[in-house]
Design a protein around this ligand. Structure first.
Ligand code: NAD
Length: 314
């Protein structure tokens, strides 16, 4: 069945990959992207697609949100991925992030009002595992709290999460996913893996932090599956079972880049400087993804190494 879907933040990293996936797999869909086009956006990544309309605007504009949900759009599915996403920037200049991530999420009110008359509307809020407390040496995070905020970024994420949850409890509006660290095509160059893919240059990495890595294509598949099969009341942790210290993917990646660029093995590793951890940096994150697997039937397709190879080759 042909649908109109709205992707907030669809010119960003995950959003643009979702746009392409949706465009490929749903040849009759109309895709509306609402994006403010901040430094993080790559509008050229999605331009030229037929059946896709890029609306440059702010999620904080309730009139625009209503317009895109009603009028001649009649959108009944929203993937909400618009945010200020960089932890480091949240420390040096938090104002824009607080505005977009905390105040901006109040656009939910416009969604609620627009959908008051409709059944079967879905609002999927995509968030991150950084809303949870950093783990100790062992264990896994699951959908249940405790929450903890060690940076303005994670504080803004917890705030968004609670507001979305409240809108579900009060108005029955949504479903939520919390994902792990993604890598893949169309990622902003300031992130760890795109940095490693570039020319050898100093990369400041605390190699002992544990993160769970996920391929963007798997993440987008999870978003689509949850949008269709997820229970509106649920939060799903989208995990890859691939938690490891940062040192491991960086070294693997450096060697893959050398192989791919036909450089002597070890060239890229030389550019990596391992530094002391930042004060706000959470030590260990890993997810127990049992719920999304058992309840929704989604799981990642390939191994971490295979996905890293695909990323380097892309
Ligand atoms: P991103 O920074 O690459 O993209 C965010 C997009 O939102 C950009 O295109 C930006 O222009 C747009 N935007 C920012 N403020 C806006 C505003 N006020 N109005 C409209 N558009 C605005 O971020 P991303 O990495 O693609 O993350 C997208 C979502 O996925 C987030 O909700 C994030 O929590 C979640 N997520 C990301 C990862 C990851 O590793 N990147 C992992 C798990 C979950």
């Amino acid at each position: 069945m042909a649908e109109t879907i709205l992707i907030n933040g669809g010119a960003g990293f995950i959003g643009s990959n979702l746009v392409h996936r949706r465009h490929r797999n749903h040849p009759n869909d109309r895709i509306i992207v609402l994006d403010k086009l901040t430094y993080a956006a790559g509008p050229n990544q999605i331009e030229g697609l037929d059946r896709m309309e890029l609306v440059v605007g702010d999620i904080q504009n309730p009139e625009l949100a209503s317009h895109l949900l009603l009028e001649n759009y009649k959108t009944a599915k929203v993937f909400h991925l618009a945010e200020e996403s960089h932890v480091g920037r949240s420390i040096t200049g938090p104002a824009g992030l607080i505005q977009t991530n905390m105040v901006g999420n109040f656009s939910l009110e416009a969604v609620r009002q627009a959908w008051a008359w409709q059944q079967d509307c879905r609002f999927l809020h995509n968030s991150t595992y950084e809303i949870y407390a950093s783990l100790g040496e062992t264990g896994y995070l699951s959908e249940s709290p405790p929450y903890a905020t060690n940076s303005p970024y994670s504080a803004s994420q917890v705030s968004r999460y609670h507001l979305v949850r409240a809108y579900h409890q009060t108005h029955g509006l949504n479903t939520v996913t919390n994902g792990t660290n993604n890598h893949g095509q169309r990622q902003h160059p300031e992130n760890l893996i795109p940095m490693a893919k570039g020319e050898p240059s100093p990369m400041h990495v605390d190699g002992m932090n544990v993160r769970e890595w996920h391929y963007e294509k798997d993440h987008c598949a999870a978003l689509e599956t949850v949008m269709i099969k997820g229970l509106a009341s649920e939060t799903y942790c989208v995990g890859s079972d691939n938690d490891q210290i940062n040192l491991a993917p960086v070294v693997m990646l450096c060697d893959l880049v050398d192989l791919f660029l036909k450089r002597p093995r070890g060239t890229s590793r030389k550019g990596t400087t391992f530094v002391q951890d930042r004060a706000d940096h959470d030590r260990q994150y890993a997810i127990d993804a049992a719920e999304i697997r058992n309840e929704v039937g989604w799981k990642p397709q390939n191994s971490f190494y295979e996905n890293l190879e695909r990323n380097v080759a892309s």
